[in-house]
Write a protein that binds this ligand. Structure first.
Ligand code: FES
Length: 273
């Protein structure tokens, strides 16, 4: 039976099949609707269910809280249609707005990943819960550099409680050098965020978060990750990428070295996978 989905605030409608999700029907007909993961993890496709019968597929509570659900908010990508449906977008932006938090976090781990990149693990002590979309970043103020803030992308998935940041240690860097040499396990760090841009820190962090989120949510399409580095010594997380590849047949990491060592004669891009 053919159904109809209507976006009330756009005054646009599309036909849909029984069991098709609201988002799939809208996208199939070219109706503009914000979305990202399409798997119930990011919350980008939140909308108000004005009328209609839907069956909700599984989703993460980070994407839609019980309170929001109680107010008639649903995820378009998780809402299967079983009657004509009318929805209304929550806002006209193309991204989800997570509540901004200022948290006190405890240093739970500092690990060297390469000669100049370290992994900083932070445990939220007060100010949470912290919700963010894969690829976002936060602002850190550390006790080893009071009054100075730095922006770093979260490398963990949004549903993982321990925050993970990758820090490139710059020679003489006023913050990163002190993180590497003076920050201790148990130190308290002020974390503000999330910020809405994808930037900062070491380049793999936001991509790692996006890839892990997609794979954990059952993303089944072929997924390639290209990690570009200048030299071998700049590469990190190789083993973790191998592990992801072994666990997910659709995932393929590619590490690309632009300067394969002074001894190398090629000087061209080298795809190692
Ligand atoms: Fe629906 Fe991410 S697109 S929750």
């Amino acid at each position: 039976m053919s159904l109809t989905v209507t976006v009330a605030d756009l005054n646009q409608s599309a036909s849909a099949e029984e069991g098709e999700t609201v988002l799939a029907a809208l996208l199939a007909h070219g109706i503009g609707f914000a979305y990202s993961c399409q798997a119930g993890n990011c919350g980008t496709c939140k909308c108000e269910l004005v009328s209609g019968d839907i069956l909700e597929l599984e989703y993460s509570e980070h994407a839609l809280s019980a309170d929001e659900r109680g107010r008639g908010i649903v995820l378009a990508c998780r809402s299967q249609m079983w009657s004509d449906v009318v929805v209304r977008r929550l806002d006209s932006e193309d991204f989800v707005v997570h509540p901004s938090r200022v948290m006190r976090c405890k240093v739970a781990g500092i690990t060297n990943l390469t000669h100049d990149i370290l992994k900083l693990g932070l445990e939220i002590v007060t100010g949470g819960p912290f919700t963010f979309s894969a690829g976002q970043y936060a602002q850190l103020e550390l006790p080893v550099a009071p009054g100075i803030t730095r922006d770093y992308s979260m490398a963990n998935r949004p549903d993982q409680p321990l925050l993970e940041f990758h820090v490139r240690v710059m020679p003489g860097g006023s913050v990163s050098h002190r993180i590497a040499t003076a920050l201790k396990f148990g130190d308290m760090v002020k974390v503000s965020g999330p910020m809405l841009c994808i930037a900062g820190g070491s380049g793999l962090a936001p991509v790692k978060s996006i890839v892990e989120t997609a794979l954990a949510s059952g993303f089944a399409q072929p997924l390639h990750l290209y990690f570009g580095a200048r030299a071998e010594r700049d590469v990190y997380f190789e083993r973790e990428l191998d592990g992801l590849q072994m666990r997910h047949g659709n995932f393929r990491p590619h590490i690309v070295i632009s300067e394969p060592g002074a001894a190398s004669s090629s000087g061209t891009l080298l795809t190692r996978r």
